[in-house]
Design a protein around this ligand. Structure first.
Ligand code: NAG
Ligand code: NAG
Length: 232
């Protein structure tokens, strides 16, 4: 670019000096004594040819540079496209990760201490005190955990009672496992847990054994917890 500017300036100077010469020629032509006009224009034309040749060379060089820049530009556009694709992959991973953020833990009583049961039938246990409910897959009003994605989930059940205390871990109405104790000389505690492959919409909850009593207080003896191990 700089070189072209210099050349342009040079050309302009040549033009101006040429114009001056021509002006002189005109003046000289006006004077009848002057006779050597054509001789003076000859070197100017050869200079102009040289300048034009140089400019042609410079232009050719610039064309090569422009081609190189265009190639570079195309390479950078390709690189940008690759980066954009990577960014969208990251977004997809983020969504998948957020879908995988499922974990809850709840204790039986919302506050205070007391018994749940005995009832003469098996009954859904609603764990009301929420320790955590990441992803809101557990409903503290119904006691139901609903799987948001297909995956492997782990559940734990801990129940505490004065004597016969029992509860099942239930998946869609099917009894998976039971926690059971019948300690007649004091309080007893029972536990169980399972890892389950769940489809989206599968429901997991705890069902209290008929005629059993389950207790809880501020120490949170009776709890139900679950979390997604990994989506599948
Ligand atoms: C079991 O515990 C409940 C609640 O404390 C009590 O009402 C019941 O009498 C107990 N049953 C036995 C057999 O000890
Ligand atoms: C608990 O054990 C006691 C004593 O063995 C028994 O009388 C009672 O029937 C048992 N309760 C249940 C619900 O099995």
């Amino acid at each position: 670019m700089e070189r072209v500017s210099v050349l342009c300036l040079f050309l302009l100077l040549c033009f101006l000096s040429g114009a001056e010469l021509q002006h002189k020629e005109i003046i000289e032509q006006d004077e009848p004594e002057s006779v050597n006009v054509p001789k003076q224009t000859q070197p100017f034309h050869s200079d102009l040819d040289a300048v034009l040749r140089e400019m042609k060379t410079a232009l050719a060089e610039h064309r090569v540079k422009i081609d190189m820049l265009q190639t570079l530009n195309q390479e950078q556009a390709t690189k940008l496209r690759v980066l954009e694709l990577k960014a969208s992959e990251v977004d997809t991973l983020k969504i998948q990760q957020q879908a995988g953020q499922v974990a809850f833990s709840a204790s039986l009583l919302a506050s205070g201490s007391g018994n749940v049961g005995p009832f003469n039938t098996h009954k859904t246990l609603v764990f009301k005190y929420i320790f955590s409910n990441i992803g809101n897959a557990y409903n503290p009003s119904t006691g139901f955990f609903t799987a948001p994605v297909r995956g492997a989930y782990h559940f734990e059940l801990h129940i505490y009672g004065p004597n016969a205390s029992g509860a099942w871990l239930v998946k869609n109405g099917e009894h998976i496992c039971i926690a059971w104790e019948n300690q007649t000389n004091g309080h007893g505690k029972a536990s169980n847990g399972a890892t389950l492959l769940l489809e989206p919409g599968d429901v997991v909850f705890v069902r209290q054994y008929a005629n059993s009593v389950i207790q809880d207080n501020g120490n949170h003896h009776s709890t139900f917890s679950g979390h997604l191990l990994f989506p599948m």
